[in-house]
Design a protein around this ligand. Structure first.
Ligand code: CO
Length: 134
């Protein structure tokens, strides 16, 4: 069921600084900042040969990463995203296994416009997992 690693998302307090760090220290190509008001974040995307890194900076009052950054002042890995071929089949399989899907369980358009779901970190070794329709 599980497919490619789509991205690793890193919450950062200062996107410009984080982008400069990846650019200057690692020689990465970082996209221009992309504000996603519906998701409460501004992203900077780093394309790697085999996956992407998404730097996430809070945007607006109710950013979903604000609390995370209160606990992790320097930032930190926020979630990892796996691709699945059929997100509703994946959800049903996980629910059948007794695992928790966040929210109302209905896939919603994610940062890339494709349907996504999030799985409870307590069910996945302390890692917030995003599933994205491939
Ligand atoms: Co994501």
């Amino acid at each position: 069921m599980i497919g490619r690693l789509n991205h690793v998302a890193i919450a950062v307090p200062d996107l410009a600084r984080a982008a400069a760090l990846y650019r200057d220290a690692l020689g990465a190509q970082v996209s221009d900042p992309v504000p996603l008001p519906d998701h409460g974040v501004t992203t900077g995307v780093i394309e790697l040969p085999n996956t992407k890194i998404e730097l996430l900076e809070p945007l607006g009052e109710d950013s979903p990463i604000a609390k995370f950054l209160e606990r992790n002042l320097a930032g930190g890995i926020h979630h990892i995203c796996y691709e699945v071929d059929d997100i509703e089949a994946a959800r049903d399989r996980l629910l059948n296994e007794g695992l928790r899907v966040l929210g109302d369980g209905q896939p919603k358009p994610g940062a890339h416009g494709k349907p996504v779901l999030f799985l409870h970190p307590k069910d996945f070794n302390g890692t917030l997992v995003e599933l994205e329709q491939a």
